[in-house]
Design a protein around this ligand. Structure first.
Ligand code: ZN
Length: 233
C-alpha cells in the first residue's frame, strides 16, 4: 500500500502559487502547451465513499455551486496532469474529489463539523482518518491564499482550480478545449454573477469574514471580470 500521506495528498508544497509554479520543475518542458483533457479522461471515482458523498453534495448544494464543484474537480486534474506529474502529487482522485464536492458546502447552512461527520458514518464507505483530515484541511484553507509557508498538495490544487474557475487566472495551465468540454458537461448557469453576489452577501452579513482578505471590492470585481469563462456564462 502506498504511503497514506502521499495517497491522501498530505504532502507539503509551497502555499504561494507563484513560488510553487516557479520552484516546481517544469514538466512538460517549457513551450509545451497543455493538451485537451476531456471530462471522460478524468472520471468521477466510482468508489462507495465517492458515490455517497457525491449524492450528499448534489442534494445539498444549489445546482450552480454543484456544477462549479465538479468543474473544479476536472480542471484540477487537468492542471495536475499537465503541471504536477510528480510522485509528491500522486494523491488519489477520490481524495481530491471529496475536497471538491464539499469545499463550498459551508456556503449552505451546514457546517464543517458536519462535513467531517459525513465522511464517517457508514461501514465500508467511510473515509480513513488521514483522508478525512486531508479533505477538511483543504476545505478550510481553500480561500486562504498565503504568500509564505506550506499547504497540502490537495489543498493547493483545490486553490488553483477554484481560482481558475472563479477568476480565469492560470489560463496557461488548461487547454481551451478542456474548458469547452467541462463547461458543456457542467454549465456555469451564470456562476460569476451568482458567486459575486454570494461574496457581497457574506461580507455584508459577516464583516469579519475571511473572504474580505481577498479584497472586499477587488475579489468580486475579479470574479465578474472573468474573461476566460465569459463565453460560457
Ligand atoms: Zn468554490
Amino acid at each position: 500500500m502506498p504511503n497514506p500521506l502521499t495517497l491522501y495528498g498530505l504532502t507539503p508544497v509551497p502555499a504561494s502559487s507563484q513560488t510553487l509554479l516557479t520552484s516546481t520543475p517544469a514538466y512538460p518542458p517549457p513551450n509545451t502547451a497543455p493538451i485537451p483533457i476531456l471530462v471522460s479522461d478524468t472520471p468521477i471515482p466510482n468508489t462507495r465513499l465517492a458515490t455517497r458523498i457525491n449524492a450528499y453534495a448534489q442534494a445539498h448544494l444549489p445546482p450552480p455551486t454543484y456544477h462549479h464543484s465538479l468543474r473544479v474537480y476536472h480542471y484540477g486534474l487537468a492542471i495536475k496532469r499537465y503541471r504536477f506529474p510528480f510522485p509528491d502529487w500522486d494523491f488519489s482522485d477520490e481524495t481530491y474529489f471529496l475536497a471538491c464536492v464539499l469545499h463550498d458546502i459551508g456556503t449552505t447552512e451546514e457546517n464543517l463539523n458536519e462535513t467531517e461527520d459525513r465522511m464517517d458514518g457508514g461501514e465500508e464507505d467511510v473515509a480513513p482518518r488521514d483522508q478525512a483530515e486531508s479533505v477538511a484541511e483543504a476545505i478550510i484553507r481553500h480561500q486562504d491564499l498565503c504568500t509564505v509557508g506550506k499547504i497540502t498538495a490537495v489543498g493547493q490544487l483545490l486553490q488553483l482550480a477554484t481560482i481558475f474557475d472563479n477568476t480565469g487566472a492560470y489560463a496557461d495551465l488548461v487547454h481551451p478545449e478542456t474548458i469547452k468540454d467541462v463547461s458543456a458537461h457542467f454549465p456555469r448557469l451564470h456562476w460569476s454573477d451568482c458567486f459575486a453576489a454570494t461574496i457581497h452577501r457574506e461580507n455584508g452579513l459577516k464583516p469579519w469574514a475571511h473572504t474580505t482578505a481577498l479584497g472586499e471590492e477587488e475579489f468580486p470585481a475579479k470574479v465578474l471580470g472573468n474573461k476566460l469563462m465569459e463565453p460560457y456564462e
